[in-house]
Design a protein. Structure first.
Length: 207
């Protein structure tokens, strides 16, 4: 199968997987059910993804691909670390509060086996977290931020950026955020990060 045709077919299969997931939850989702929804053969799904966990790992990886690729590309440049955070923030917020992320998180919360939650952690957070850590270490090296534990600094940035937005989306208390909202929240997160971890304590020179 030509690469272009295969890529299109994979997108159709993965879209079908989200439809079945939303209708039946992770426990009720099967490779056979996804194959039927996508009008594909079981053999194709098993050849391409291995098993159900492999297919959902592919979903999570694809969902995080834009953010991961953006970070990897930016880390190859000499861009100022805080400007990298500024361009990253809206993409990351969109990723974590978008419809597909919400569907995956709702299904993970209802999955008593913990399989989907583990997949979300490995292919999502654990893939992006080390890259974010590199950005904040660059910010420290550049003299913009002061901290001892890089992991704690990343956690603080994520708290400032995301807060309760993701959980409120998952429980249906918020609509999908607009691009304008994501831009504004990203700028605010960087501003507050500088206030809390800046090279000068917040208040110095801000009277």
């Amino acid at each position: 199968m030509r690469e272009e045709k295969r890529s299109l077919r994979q997108q159709q299969i993965e879209a079908a997987a989200y439809e079945v997931l939303e209708a039946k939850g992770y426990g009720g989702t099967s490779m056979q059910g996804i194959a039927k929804q996508a009008r594909a053969s079981n053999e194709t799904l098993y050849n391409w993804y291995g098993d159900k966990q492999g297919l959902f790992r592919a979903l999570v990886t694809r969902n995080a691909e834009e953010v991961r690729s953006h970070l990897e590309a930016e880390l190859q440049t000499d861009h100022d670390a805080l400007s990298i955070l500024g361009s990253l923030g809206p993409k990351l917020l969109n990723l974590l509060t978008g419809d597909r992320a919400v569907a995956l998180n709702r299904a993970a919360a209802a999955d008593s086996s913990g399989e989907l939650g583990a997949t979300l952690s490995r292919a999502g957070r654990e893939a992006v977290f080390p890259l974010l850590e590199q950005v904040l270490l660059r910010a420290r090296q550049e003299g913009h931020l002061r901290f001892e534990e890089s992991g704690a600094a990343v956690g603080l940035y994520l708290d400032l950026l995301i807060g309760d937005q993701q959980i409120r989306r998952v429980i249906g208390r918020l609509p999908a955020p607009t691009d304008e909202f994501c831009e504004a929240r990203s700028k605010r997160a960087v501003t507050h990060l500088r206030q809390l971890l800046g090279s000068q304590p917040y208040g110095d020179g801000h009277k």
